[in-house]
Ligand binder design. Structure first.
Ligand code: OSB
Ligand code: MG
Length: 382
């Protein structure tokens, strides 16, 4: 929350009420091209959506978990289980959102499940008030910076072509994936061809401390940061690695909330933090993390999980919060999908910025007919 708005009534006092209908929808949207990382290659976005209907309003949340546990331990199936059997049953008619979130604390972990439900409820509250989410959270609309995350390509020429396309499109920062055997020479080739661009590399946890010497060879390329070089659950070893590198490290997978961020900052495990609202338990924790980073002098940016238009809109609304000082993984819709489930699509303006979506709540309109077309399963919880 913004400082002047720390105890808003919509959060602490107003009852969410007896919601008419809550559903979980499984959708599968084919990607324009496969997305390859050190841990997996995904051909489609298979997402679990939360859909709430109440008194003429429809609110949405998107769980960022994948069907597999390769990026994170949560999956769409564990999120369904936790939302259905542990989170939603805590919601009682007289309860305000803050009280519900307090009950969520009893459930250990499962931040992606919590985020999906919290975000859908925030969308509902914002729509009831006729406000966009950034305004509900206390922030002014602004254009947000753009960045692109380019997955593994078959060879260096293909990678250079993708980077070229990104630079021409106006993206303000380019991220490339690295991993064992696809690192120093790949980065060298991109840097040689594009000496001036803001370039970073994401290893998705593919290395160990024994690779410190190899990772130090990346120092000569002036990367803005190396993201998550070591294990997905490590904070301490990253501090040892950071001490041996000139290039700033950025943590992604290891950070599940403000406590982890505080530990990483105190240990000097990283100099930058990737805030994914879906990975840290929702928009409210993400806003608190951005404020923590700002207070600590740690630049932060909004990561992505190849979301549909719903999650993408949430990530854009979030970036109205101060603290997001670097371009994130917020890219145009057409890079991911031939046809998304929400309108309008995300596009870059002439200076490479992205506008807040126009409507209330998440700000985009979910096209139910397109959801229907991509639907793989539907479960009514309430
Ligand atoms: O590590 O940041 C990551 C996508 C899926 C899972 C993990 C990651 C990513 C990305 C792409 O890098 C981000 C995006 O374009 O939404
Ligand atoms: Mg990452």
């Amino acid at each position: 929350m913004s400082e002047e708005n720390v105890r808003p009534s919509w959060l602490h006092d107003e009852a969410l009420g007896d919601l008419e209908r809550v559903e979980l929808l499984d959708v599968s949207l084919p990607f324009v091209a496969p997305f390859g990382t050190a841990v997996a290659t995904w051909n489609s976005k298979d997402a679990l959506l939360v859909r709430i209907t109440d008194r003429g309003l429809v609110a949405w949340g998107e769980c960022v978990a994948d069907p597999d546990p390769y990026y994170a331990s949560e999956t769409t199936a564990t999120a369904r289980h936790v939302i259905r059997d542990f989170l939603l049953p805590e919601l009682k008619p007289g309860m305000a959102l803050a009280a519900l979130l307090e009950r969520f604390r009893r459930v250990r972990g499962h931040e992606m499940a919590k985020a999906a439900l919290e975000n859908a409820l925030l969308d509902l509250i914002a729509k009831r008030r006729g406000q966009p989410l950034h305004a509900l959270l206390g922030f002014q609309a602004k254009r947000v910076m753009s960045g692109i995350s380019i997955g593994f390509q078959d060879d260096v020429p293909a990678l250079l072509a993708r980077v070229e396309e990104a630079v021409t499109s106006g993206y303000q920062r380019v991220k490339m994936k690295i991993g064992r055997g696809r690192d120093v020479e790949w980065v060298r080739a991109v840097r040689a061809r594009f000496p001036g661009i803001a370039l970073m590399a994401d290893a998705n946890g593919d290395y160990t401390l024994a690779d410190a010497g190899l990772l130090a060879r990346l120092d000569e390329f002036g990367l803005t940061m190396i993201e998550q070089p070591l294990s997905y659950h490590d904070i301490y070893q990253h501090s040892l690695l950071q001490a041996r590198l000139r290039t700033p490290l950025c943590l992604d997978e290891s950070i599940h909330g403000c406590d982890d961020a505080e530990a990483a900052i105190a240990l000097k495990s990283c100099r930058v933090i990737n805030i994914k609202q879906g990975r840290v338990g929702g928009l409210l924790e993400a806003v608190r993390m951005a404020a923590l980073c700002a207070r600590s002098g740690i630049p932060a940016w909004s990561g992505g999980m190849d979301e549909t238009g719903i999650g993408r809109a949430l990530n854009i609304q979030l970036q109205a919060a101060p603290g997001f000082t670097l371009p994130g993984d917020t890219s145009e819709t057409r890079r991911y999908f031939h046809e998304d489930i929400a309108e309008p699509p995300v596009t870059l303006d002439r200076e490479g910025f992205i506008a807040m979506p126009p409507g209330s709540g998440i700000g985009v309109e979910v096209i139910e007919a397109r959801v229907q077309k991509r639907l793989r399963g539907r479960e009514r919880l309430k």
